[in-house]
Write a new protein. Structure first.
Length: 115
């Protein structure tokens, strides 16, 4: 078991290193695309595509004040965007009543595919 724990520890360290390197490479690619003013380009044998995505970041206090039914708040327990979207689709929550409870955050997704 000690060997498994040791191997786990080593792999977690490698994982952190890889995640750090990926973050640096991602930022370099984003910077390159920003300088070129392109969201879709061919670089060597790879196609790089930047996709802007809006995400809602809810304010727990505003959301709690907006929800008139404490039972609905218990279903959420915290502002979980996926749960809120599901409750909105089920018509349990009304999107127009929630409009002041979140801010939109634009996130750039990076897709790299080999041609």
């Amino acid at each position: 078991m000690e060997k498994k724990v040791q191997q786990y520890y080593k792999l977690k360290g490698k994982q952190k290193e890889i995640e750090k390197e990926l973050a640096e490479l991602r930022q370099d690619i984003l910077d390159y695309c920003a300088q070129k003013g392109e969201a879709d380009s061919e670089i060597g044998a790879y196609r790089v595509k930047l996709v802007a995505q809006n995400r809602k970041e809810y304010d727990d206090d505003k959301l709690y004040q907006t929800l008139s039914d404490p039972e609905v708040w218990r279903l959420l327990s915290r502002a979980d965007p996926a749960k809120i979207a599901s409750l909105t689709k089920l018509n349990i929550l009304q999107e127009d009543k929630l409009a002041h409870t979140y801010t939109l955050k634009t996130v750039t997704l990076l897709q790299v595919d080999k041609r």
